[in-house]
Design a binder for this molecule. Structure first.
Ligand code: AMP
Ligand code: GLY
Length: 424
């Protein structure tokens, strides 16, 4: 069948790379894509949030399956749009319904879902301009550090962690009254701080059953030793050494089973990826957040470790038949190091020519912010490339990632030198 993947990041290049290997994939289209996806499929220039435009394209190009990479079209209801339009009956689309996507689209919705379904998470309360004084009082009643979260989508920037009470109050005011994150901070959650180590868990569910994907650890800060501002993620590793059988059993029982029971009992239509951002607090998993899509750059280490045909799993999921399905993982370590444009996540320049890019047996370069101009690969974003490496242990995988990170050249290249070091 012909397949359309929506998105343009490293996640979508990785999904394209995997989908292209499927026996079920004929023609692959990516919209808008990047220089990496252009080499394995056909990039098409559509607006991911213009569903009418996507509809016309899918019909004209005989698309059988649409895979949605980023959260925004999901939160805007692309799955409901496809599933309710009689012209699109024959076209399958992979992702949660608009209500399901609220697990990521609204932190308040997501928190209430966790509370209702007894899923372990930090205690929290939600405030808006009307009850901001209660918000200040609530902050006074808890101890530092203070976690403030904008309710809506804020491009990964909507979470603040503050050490000082006055600062926390000031930021609550900034978010609610001065709309620091625009409409996304119309409501703000004040959340209990969870002290532990983060890990990301991924699964694919049809709303009744699920298959697990490999776990990963992401490195979110721009600087070494987790210093400096948050980014989309500067590197990732899989597997994660503290995720042993005992921990995974707890994750399945306390988080995955309860999440799926909640989706089912609340009649939330959900056929897609679930990415649970967890905190391991003294061996017990707590949910920090749900995402209704794969992570970026986690996909660049999770998907290369999946042995199954991804399109097979997706089609089985869309048929609601995941109950008998299972997944197999490559018994290797996989790491990725992000090459970013100097200045990211703040101001940076685009348009620089990149040279010396090549895959080897033990490494793959996934593109994010790149574009092709006359066969040249040009930087076109903050996070530009992901150097994925494989190895029989973590240090071997990292060596393969860093070999590529050092080899690839362009004027503004920046990368963290300490990905995975904390796990060695
Ligand atoms: P989020 O956008 O919800 O993933 O939050 C961004 C980052 O803030 C997370 O990856 C954590 O590092 C941190 N964070 C969020 N919530 C908490 C919490 N309750 N306790 C500690 N750290 C948190
Ligand atoms: N790397 C974190 C995310 O994709 O949300």
């Amino acid at each position: 069948m012909n397949i359309l993947i929506i998105g343009s990041g490293g996640r979508e290049h990785t999904l394209s790379w995997k989908v292209k290997q499927s026996k079920s994939c004929d023609n692959l289209f990516i919209t808008p894509g990047n220089a990496g996806t252009a080499k394995i499929g056909n990039n098409v220039n559509l607006d991911p949030n213009n569903f009418e435009e996507i509809k016309v394209f899918t019909i004209e190009n005989n698309i059988g399956l649409v895979i949605v990479g980023p959260e925004e079209p999901l939160v805007n209801g692309i799955v409901d749009y496809f599933n309710t339009d009689p012209d699109l009956k024959e076209i399958k689309i992979f992702g949660p319904s608009k209500v399901g996507a609220q697990l990521e689209g609204s932190k308040d919705f997501s928190k209430n879902f966790m509370f209702r379904n007894d899923i372990p998470c930090g205690k929290s309360k939600t405030f808006n301009t009307e009850n901001i004084d209660e918000g200040y009082k609530f902050l006074e009643s808890i101890s530092a550090p203070y976690v403030l979260k904008a309710d809506g989508l804020a491009a990964g920037k909507g979470v603040l962690i503050l050490e000082n009470l006055d600062e926390a109050k000031k930021e609550l005011h900034e978010m609610l009254v001065n709309k620091k994150f625009g409409d996304a901070s119309h409501s703000v959650l004040v959340e209990e701080f969870l002290d532990g180590i983060e890990v990301s868990v991924f699964f694919i569910t049809d709303g009744k059953d699920y298959v697990l994907l490999p776990e990963a650890k992401d490195y979110k800060r721009i600087g070494e030793d987790d210093k400096g501002p948050n980014t989309g993620g500067m590197g990732a590793v899989s597997p994660v050494n503290f995720v042993d059988d005992k921990f995974i059993k707890k994750v399945k029982r306390e988080i995955i089973d309860k999440t799926i029971n909640g989706l089912r009992s609340e009649n939330i239509e959900y056929k897609g990826f679930v990415f649970a951002g967890l905190m391991n607090v003294d061996g017990d998993p707590y949910v920090i957040e749900y995402n209704v899509r794969m992570g970026d750059p986690e996909t660049q280490v999770v998907i290369p470790r999946l042995k199954n045909d991804l399109v097979d799993i997706i089609l089985t999921c869309l048929d609601g038949k995941l109950s008998g399905a299972s997944t197999l993982f490559l018994d290797k370590y996989c790491t990725t190091v992000i090459l970013a444009s100097d200045g990211y996540p703040n101001q940076y320049e685009r348009g620089k020519k990149i040279t010396n890019i090549s895959d080897e047996d033990e490494s793959i370069i996934f593109h994010a912010g790149t574009k092709l101009i006359d066969d040249n690969i040009i930087s076109n974003g903050g996070r530009v490339l992901a150097c994925t490496g494989f190895g029989s242990n973590l240090s071997e995988a990292l060596n393969n990632s860093y070999k590529k990170a050092n080899e690839i050249e362009w004027e503004d290249k920046y990368f963290r030198k300490d990905i995975g070091k904390d796990l060695m």
